[in-house]
Design a binder for this molecule. Structure first.
Ligand code: C2E
Ligand code: MG
Ligand code: MG
Ligand code: MG
Length: 297
């Protein structure tokens, strides 16, 4: 019902707000049900490669949700809802168990497993007993902590720096590898990076994309990416470039000592059965034809 003095704008706003709230609520309910069922939450895996040799260094697990009506949904459609509703605290452990099962499956198939990276949101990182819970799951599956990496974004780490440092130090002591995701988007001062006990940074894909926008008059993206690589390497961190899509980007990164890359140029995120052949023997991932970049998963 409209307020008499509110006018049409007020009515319209309320109606669209209601619609948005209702949609979010429906998604939340569907996600809650989905997390209780088998097969609705899937993981795709994207290789991170040595761009010199094409060797697969590790995989990143990326969640997908098979919504009963809407089909396959990307994380942007459900991770924010999971985070705001608290459902992320159910989703996270499910992702971890699926990764452990996958590693076991590969091991049983005679494939030497490569480390798998798992993303953690803010709520997950600061959750009570995070490290103990992860360790319990690993014990159950008898998986070496060295096979797991965790990625947190710069803004998650900055939310509460002191706590983040303590938690990350505990994770590191437990044997996990840690990296700072979406690096460069958190607007943090550079000095803070040396205080965070992470093994590496992942340069956000927006900076890599901009490398192709540079021209002879303006090389801002190149300058920024070079500075980030230099900062990381000087702090003895592993530097990974995210979202590498073109040969030009690959060449630029290699020319500036950034050897590790992840992106559609090498592979889209793929279901585990499509990743498996790449893990056999000494498979190498060489750049795909650039026209394949138009395919979006
Ligand atoms: P992220 O961790 O920064 O993951 C990288 C994203 O970039 C992935 O999107 C990946 O598909 C995409 N990407 C990789 N290479 C390229 C490329 O060359 N070009 C372009 N345009 N994109 C590329 P995705 O799978 O949609 O995931 C989005 C975000 O959702 C992730 O960003 C991560 O923050 C979050 N996420 C995904 N899975 C999980 C999960 O299991 N748990 C949590 N907490 N967050 C997750
Ligand atoms: Mg990530
Ligand atoms: Mg990222
Ligand atoms: Mg991202």
């Amino acid at each position: 019902r409209c307020k008499a003095d509110g006018g049409h704008a007020y009515c319209f706003f309320t109606a669209s707000m209601n619609k948005q709230l209702r949609e979010n609520f429906q998604m939340e309910q569907a996600l809650r049900r989905g997390l209780g069922r088998d097969n609705e939450l899937l993981l795709h895996y994207q290789p991170r490669v040595d761009m010199h040799t094409g060797q697969i260094l590790s995989l990143e697990a990326l969640a997908r949700w098979v919504h009963p009506d809407l089909g396959l949904l990307p994380p942007a459609r459900f991770i924010p809802i999971a985070e705001s509703s608290g459902l992320i605290l159910n989703l996270g452990p499910l992702v971890l168990r699926q990764v452990c099962q996958q590693i076991l499956h590969w091991r049983e198939a005679g494939i030497t497993p490569v480390p798998v990276a798992i993303n953690l949101t803010t709520q997950e990182l600061y959750k009570h007993n995070l490290v103990q819970d992860i360790q319990k799951t690993l014990d159950t599956f008898q998986i070496d902590p060295g096979l797991l990496e965790f990625e947190i974004t710069e803004s998650t780490a900055m939310r509460s720096m002191e706590d983040a440092i303590a938690i990350l130090a505990r994770m590191r002591a437990a044997g996990f590898k840690l990296s700072l995701d979406d690096f460069g988007t958190g607007y943090a001062s550079m000095s803070y990076l040396s205080h965070l006990p992470v093994h590496g940074i992942k340069i956000d894909q927006s900076f890599i994309t901009n490398l192709d926008q540079d021209n002879e008059h303006c090389g801002q993206a190149a300058t920024i990416v070079k500075a980030m690589i230099g900062l990381g390497l000087n702090l003895d961190l592993e530097v990974v470039a995210e979202g590498v899509e073109t040969l030009h980007q690959q060449q630029f990164l290699l020319d500036h000592q950034c050897v590790r890359g992840q992106g559609f140029l090498f592979s889209h995120p793929r279901p585990p059965e499509d990743i498996e052949p790449l893990l056999h023997t000494s498979a190498r991932l060489l750049p795909q034809a650039e026209q394949q970049d138009q395919q979006r998963p």
